[in-house]
Design a protein around this ligand. Structure first.
Ligand SMILES: [Zn+2]
Length: 72
């Protein structure tokens, strides 16, 4: 593994990171998807493999839809 390659930050996942999402955005989506993050407290970016990014993306989209309903 080259030093530039990062691993997925989901607990127990050892796939290489494909996408980076802000921790703020990822946090609640991860929780709703039932995934735990394995990161340090000060980290603001979350690295995700393709598989986990897809799961989060779905959840992020759902969040946006809920917001849209709430605010019209
Ligand atoms: Zn992963």
């Amino acid at each position: 593994m080259s030093p530039k390659e990062k691993q997925c930050n989901v607990e127990n996942c050892s796939n290489l990171s494909k996408k980076t999402v802000s921790r703020e955005k990822a946090g609640s989506a991860m929780k709703q998807a039932g995934l735990n993050l394995d990161i340090r407290d000060k980290v603001t970016k979350v690295h995700l493999c393709a598989e986990h990014y897809r799961k989060i993306k779905k959840q992020l989209k759902k969040d946006r839809e809920i917001e849209r309903l709430r605010w019209g």
